[in-house]
Design a protein around this ligand. Structure first.
Ligand SMILES: NC(=O)c1ccc[n+]([C@@H]2O[C@H](COP(=O)([O-])OP(=O)(O)OC[C@H]3O[C@@H](n4cnc5c(N)ncnc54)[C@H](O)[C@@H]3O)[C@@H](O)[C@H]2O)c1
Length: 345
């Protein structure tokens, strides 16, 4: 047994009542000492008095544990942001840690894992025996595909985990999925985050919807190569490589747009959910050889007046079908989750 040091005795009563914490003693002692002491000196002194340590530390800041499904363009940006806690030298202060990575292509997991400082231990290529991985996290981020929303997000919600969904189109295309997500998250008390993705103006639309919106039109304009491999375009006999001037590929409801352009038009789904629904929200999709960027224009009219927003997006380096802003919006949503002050509606 160590000898009890006299200086600690003045804190004894507070320590026994659990009113004075280890950090309080440290602060007070270092306020009066010439030579500062460190945490272990205090814990040794408390130990020598025979006091229990239970409840003697200020609440330690708990990191939010994150699992990511999809190690492609968006998933990689998100994981690096969490890992470094910065984007291009701009500090994020997320206070998050990566716990698992899932991708149908194991080599993509490995490539991403190699680029991280703190490598998540759990990796998986499908949803088999997912429960163990879900136990390890507080938040599951889907940035994979529409199919992955039902496959991973529903089990995560059932386990009481918060989720972020990037493949928002699934909530309109998969019948009953939006209602199921809503019901389970209510029952389990979970949060479902849907970032603004590649558009701006969702804040105004949400506010406008409270007072009543009459119309929402989204016009999406991309270089023709952005539509390469799209089945709807191919079935209509359109060869995207031969498009020499602006060509409208689709006009219709957001509901139909998300079905035919799943990899391009998640923004239509987010706008529908934030505004007046997928039948009433109208979408026009244009292939434009003059367009360098992916451009989204939103026009909304309502009781509040009129709103017009145009975003000229830089495509992601690794996936030209995805706008860089989509990954940034996911990271900005992570900031909202971890910060006490949230600006914007
Ligand atoms: N909300 C938005 O505004 C917005 C914007 C751009 C992209 N997205 C969507 O986000 C998702 C990710 O985009 P990305 O550019 O990173 O795609 P990506 O193709 O670069 O990466 C997706 C990764 O997910 C993996 N994956 C797909 N389905 C899977 C499954 N069921 N199980 C395990 N792994 C699976 C793929 O192997 C791939 O590595 C896509 O669905 C895309 O449509 C949304």
């Amino acid at each position: 047994m160590r000898e009890v040091q006299s200086w600690i005795l003045k804190y004894k009563e507070g320590i026994e009542k659990k009113e004075t914490k280890v950090e309080d003693v440290l602060e007070m002692e270092n306020g009066i000492r010439e030579k500062p002491i460190k945490n272990p000196t205090v814990t040794r002194a408390i130990n020598a008095m025979g006091c229990s340590f239970a409840g003697l530390r200020r609440k330690e800041e708990k990191k939010i544990r994150v699992g990511v499904v999809g190690c492609g363009a968006i998933g990689s940006e998100i994981c690096r942001a969490i890992d470094l806690d910065e984007v291009d030298g701009r500090e994020l202060d997320l206070g998050m840690e990566l716990k698992f990575l899932i991708d149908a292509h194991p080599e993509r997991i490995e490539r991403l894992r190699k680029s991280l400082r703190k490598k998540p231990d759990i990796t998986k290529s499908d949803s088999a025996e997912l429960d163990g991985a879900l136990e390890e996290v507080d938040l599951v981020i889907e940035c994979a595909s529409q199919a992955a929303v039902r496959e991973f997000i529903i089990p995560a919600l059932k386990k009481g985990k918060d989720v972020m969904i990037m493949s928002v189109g699934a909530l309109l295309c998969d019948p009953g999925l939006l209602e199921e997500v809503e019901r389970i998250s209510k029952d389990e008390g979970c949060r479902v985050y849907i970032p603004s993705g590649a558009v701006a103006g969702i804040d105004g639309l949400k506010s406008g919807a409270v007072g009543g919106i009459h119309s929402v039109v989204l016009t999406t304009r991309k270089p023709p190569r952005g539509f390469e491999g799209n089945a709807y375009v191919r079935e209509r006999g359109i060869d995207v490589s031969s498009i020499k001037e602006e060509k409208t590929l689709f006009v219709g409801s957001a509901k139909k747009a998300v079905k035919h352009f799943p990899e391009n038009i998640n923004v239509a789904a987010s706008l529908s959910i934030a505004g007046i629904g997928s039948e009433a929200t109208k979408v026009k999709i244009v292939a434009d050889p003059a367009a360098i960027e992916n451009v989204h224009e939103i026009e909304a009219k309502g009781e509040f007046g009129k709103l017009f927003v145009r975003v000229e997006n830089v495509p992601s380096i690794t996936n030209p079908k995805t706008s860089y802003l989509a990954a940034l919006s996911a990271i900005a949503t992570l900031k909202c989750i971890s910060h006490p002050i949230r600006v914007g509606t």
